[in-house]
Design a protein around this ligand. Structure first.
Ligand SMILES: CC(C)(COP(=O)(O)OP(=O)(O)OC[C@H]1O[C@@H](n2cnc3c(N)ncnc32)[C@H](O)[C@@H]1OP(=O)(O)O)[C@@H](O)C(=O)NCCC(=O)NCCS
Length: 184
């Protein structure tokens, strides 16, 4: 008679997968829970870019309002706010004719631990000029200015999420004294 064909691994694949996979896959696609899962995934995929874009716009509008507030508060008239008083000042760092960083100092009426304080504000360095020591140099200038005018302590606000700022201020000897939440 004819020789008995040998059963090979590929026969098993053909006989099992070849039949069961298409049939069961199609059946799975008709299940309500599959529909629910696919709907959920589609919604997440659709919602993620919308949520990311909305977050960006929200953050942007927050900072636009913050800039408007700064301009109204003091930066709109630096001369009047800082330069006409002996105990206030505004410094800029310049590179190739551009302002690349700034800081300001003004007295703060608050007395902390019995010491009259000077407030350091508006410290900022342009992104491409960061990490070159400009902010540290500006802070030292403010501290020197304050010492020469007899102030015993400096005070500043830094947000909890601003780790770069916190590291800088800690390395200059500032210590956290209190936390508050701002609705500004
Ligand atoms: C915070 C900021 C002013 C630092 O300016 P800078 O010119 O890059 O700072 P410097 O190069 O003088 O660095 C001084 C110190 O700041 C800290 N620092 C600066 N950049 C940092 C970073 N990317 N990650 C962690 N620490 C950082 C370090 O302690 C650094 O000291 P080191 O160089 O010995 O490690 C700058 O990142 C900035 O303008 N940020 C946006 C505005 C802001 O947050 N202002 C402070 C508001 S209170």
């Amino acid at each position: 008679g004819a020789p008995c064909p040998q059963y090979r691994d590929s026969d098993c694949e053909e006989l099992v997968c070849g039949q069961h996979v298409p049939k069961n896959y199609l059946r799975m696609l008709t299940l309500p829970r599959t529909h629910l899962f696919l709907l959920g995934v589609s919604l997440v995929l659709l919602a993620a870019p919308i949520l990311l874009a909305a977050g960006w716009l929200l953050m942007d509008s927050h900072y636009v309002r913050y800039v408007e507030w700064c301009l109204r508060e003091d930066l709109g008239d630096i001369q009047k706010t800082y330069m006409e008083r002996e105990d206030s000042h505004f410094w800029v760092a310049e590179s190739e004719g551009d302002v690349v960083a700034s800081v300001s100092a003004k007295p703060r009426s608050r007395c902390i631990d019995g010491e009259h304080t000077r407030e350091l504000e508006r410290l900022s360095a342009r992104r491409h000029h960061q990490n070159g020591g400009i902010a540290r140099a500006l802070c030292r200038t403010v501290l020197c200015f304050a010492q020469q005018r007899g102030y015993q302590a400096g005070i500043l606000d830094v947000s909890v999420g601003n780790l770069e700022g916190q590291r800088l201020y800690q390395s200059l000897g500032f210590r956290e004294s209190y936390r508050f939440s701002s609705k500004k």
